[in-house]
Write a protein that binds this ligand. Structure first.
Ligand code: COA
Ligand code: AMP
Length: 631
């Protein structure tokens, strides 16, 4: 098929294009209105259609005669467990858990937080919510109780579903105690906490609100999927923004199902029945779309992997999983490949496995450096596809659509806009720039189905953050350029969002925590280059005059503060004490300048800087602490 022709049709006749794609979904009530406006004059898809995501992921396949196909393969090197779960078994687990949620009083439109490690029960929980129209909000396990409390107060869940523990390599992570701590901190108390006991031999503190997951499932009736409107929110997924408060991305149901089904075929090139593996976590958007809903909607076997690319037990794990479970398409973050490459630079482990099943290796979540891409291509000997998207979009926006036609891979580029996304590179004034000129990456409205519909409880922030900057466009927050052949190169965020090991974090949030330390007069937190994780946060602090505590103690406390408030996932380890920070004459801290100096990038000293000598002071602090990409 010709990509250009297919793509142009999606842009020029979006209603016709997506109406056609929606026919690949088994609707309870097929939509007649394809594209319309919601109460806030924002686009919505398939307004009058009705369906159920859980039904589409499970019941439909059983009805079609595939009940005995594996829906999920759970592979957990950290517990030495492998489990194959068929669609029939998935149906049993999900429909009874949904029955249990109903018995506890959860109804369509209620919210439910899921805070779980990478175990099949996390997927059961998501699908059980979807089955009865309960809006789930999965919170990544690396976030601390404080972050969980913020999300509890924002989406006010009626219940939280959690597990006793998670396992990080060899360390037991206390999930349930974190939930208790978060509830104690939150103003809105959920009625129930449903706890899946992993029987790891660790004592779980008991609370009055606890409900045992296993008993609940055993005792509850199995229930059918309810019909929900296409526009009914399937989930809220919190992501980092440019302020300290995370934003709750809202996803619809019908648009999402249509887009995911489309993407499995045309972007990832998988057929029904194939095995697909996204080595991510259900707490991230990749987990929602490509561990759970995308593959299951497409009747693919999905892998739930509880481990890391290295140390579980070594850098061969990924290749073992691909080979053993006959994975056709795999998706991970470039960081994971860098971690493997560091341990096994020659790719010797790869040669121990039969990887003939693997057709494509996809990478996303952060910028993919050329060295990582070429190493992967060289050793896996399959096309390596970098593709670009975000929590907000829910599915890829720029990709080499291998299911349409595999185009030449240009290292450093995520290739071409995906059908439905009219990607344009704009200047400050909102005008499209010439090819090879860097600008802001924006998407002309309407966005295709499956993308965010609003922010939970905050339509003003939705409008201000995404729509107002360039009227008529969705602004992604990324910078980039198109080359003369139309390949898009993403150069990175243009705001305070950073990407650490493929995990999206807000430096503004970290800065708020650092600033609240009693010894800190002022501070700046920004992302600097990291050989392994792509970026890592760096904090510069100016201490209050007369501060007598030892610097080393203050730094330790600041690092602990960020870990306690945000969580281990912040990877905040570096704090430097400086005498002053570079500012404009109006008092704005020049964070971009600080970052560029640290990354040894070219920089211009702004004419508005209050004191130019400060640059040399900062450079010498960096040098004495070995900050810099070549160090
Ligand atoms: N629950 C609890 N803690 C978690 C966690 C989870 N689900 N995930 C990560 N953490 C903790 C880690 O244990 C670590 O704690 P530590 O500071 O006490 O060591 C901290 O958060 C930072 O984790 P991470 O950034 O993952 O670093 P790492 O050194 O443990 O591992 C990599 C490095 C590269 C192996 C790992 O980051 C990785 O696999 N990255 C790929 C990421 C990915 O797939 N992202 C998905 C987006 S597409
Ligand atoms: P998240 O919402 O966590 O998926 O993070 C989205 C952000 O990650 C994007 O806005 C980009 O800054 C970055 N990102 C994701 N994929 C890529 C990619 N392939 N290339 C460059 N940046 C990427």
């Amino acid at each position: 098929m010709d990509y250009q022709e297919f793509y142009q049709k999606s842009i020029q006749q979006p209603e016709q294009f997506w109406n056609e794609q929606a026919k690949n979904i088994d609707w309870f009530k097929a939509p007649e209105t394809i594209l319309s406006k919601d109460k806030q004059d924002y686009n919505q898809w398939f307004e009058d259609g009705e369906l159920n995501l859980s039904y589409l992921c499970i019941d439909k396949h059983i009805k079609d005669g595939f009940g005995s196909q594996n829906a999920i393969i759970f592979d957990s090197p950290v517990t030495n467990t492998k489990q194959h779960i068929t669609f029939n078994q998935l149906h049993h687990e999900v429909s009874k858990l949904a029955g249990g949620l109903q018995v506890l009083g959860l109804q369509k439109g209620d919210t439910c937080i899921i805070y779980m490690p990478m175990i099949p029960q996390a997927l059961y929980a998501m699908l059980a919510c979807a089955r009865i129209g309960v809006i789930h909000s999965v919170v990544f396990g690396g976030f601390a109780p404080h972050e969980l409390a913020i999300r509890i107060d924002d989406c006010k869940p009626k219940a939280i579903i959690t597990a006793s523990n998670g396992i990080e390599i060899e360390r037991i992570i206390p999930y349930k105690p974190f939930v208790d701590e978060a509830i104690a901190k939150a103003e809105n108390k959920p009625e129930h906490v449903i706890v899946f006991d992993r029987l790891l031999g660790v004592e779980i503190p008991k609370k009055n609100y606890d409900i045992d997951y296993t008993t609940l499932v055993e005792k509850s009736p199995s229930i059918e999927a309810v019909s929900v409107e296409s526009t009914h929110p399937s989930y809220i997924l919190y992501t980092s923004g440019t302020t300290g408060t995370p934003k709750g991305i809202i996803r619809d149901s019908g648009g999402y199902a249509t887009a995911l089904k489309f993407s499995m075929k045309y972007i990832y090139g998988v057929d029904e029945g194939d095995t697909f593996w996204a080595a991510s976590d259900v707490g991230w958007v990749v987990g929602h779309s490509y561990i759970v809903y995308g593959p299951l909607l497409n009747r693919n076997t999905t892998i739930v992997f509880e481990g890391k690319p290295i140390r579980t037990p070594d850098a061969s794990t990924f290749w073992r999983v691909i080979s053993e479970h006959r994975v056709k398409v795999m998706f991970t973050a470039p960081t994971a490949i860098r971690a493997i490459k560091k341990e096994d630079p020659e790719g010797k482990f790869i040669k121990h496995f039969d990887l003939s099943c693997l057709k494509y290796q996809f990478l996303a979540g952060e910028r993919c450096d050329v060295a990582t891409l070429t190493w992967t291509e060289e050793h896996l000997k399959v096309p390596v596809i970098d593709h670009w998207w975000q929590t907000e979009s829910g599915w890829p926006m720029i990709a080499n659509m291998v299911g349409v036609h595999l185009q030449e891979v240009k290292p450093g580029s995520s290739s071409f806009p995906v059908c439905g996304y009219d990607i344009q590179i704009l200047n400050e004034e909102g005008e499209e720039v010439a090819s090879s000129v860097e600008g802001y990456v924006a998407v002309k409205l309407p966005l295709p189905p499956g993308t965010l519909t609003n922010l939970w409880g905050n339509p003003e922030r939705f409008k201000a953050g995404y729509l107002d900057r360039f009227p008529g466009y969705y602004f992604s927050g990324d910078g980039g350029y198109k080359d003369e052949d139309g390949y898009v190169f993403i150069t990175g965020r243009v705001d305070d969002v950073i990407n650490v090991a493929g995990h999206r974090l807000s430096t503004a949030e970290m800065e708020e925590i650092v600033a609240s330390h009693k010894a800190v007069a002022e501070c700046a937190v920004f992302g600097v280059h990291c050989e392994l994780k792509g970026q890592k946060p760096l904090g510069l602090v100016v201490l209050k005059s007369g501060e007598t505590s030892a610097e080393i103690q203050i730094k330790k406390e600041i690092v602990q503060d960020v870990r306690r408030e945000i969580g281990a996932v912040a990877s905040f380890r570096d704090v430097l004490v400086v005498n002053r920070l570079p500012k404009t004459r109006s008092g704005k801290i020049l964070r971009k300048l600080l970052r560029n100096i640290a990354d040894e990038q070219q920089y211009n000293i702004p004419s508005t800087i209050d004191d130019v000598h400060i640059i040399n002071e900062i450079k010498s602090v960096y040098q004495s602490h070995h900050i810099g990409i070549h160090k």
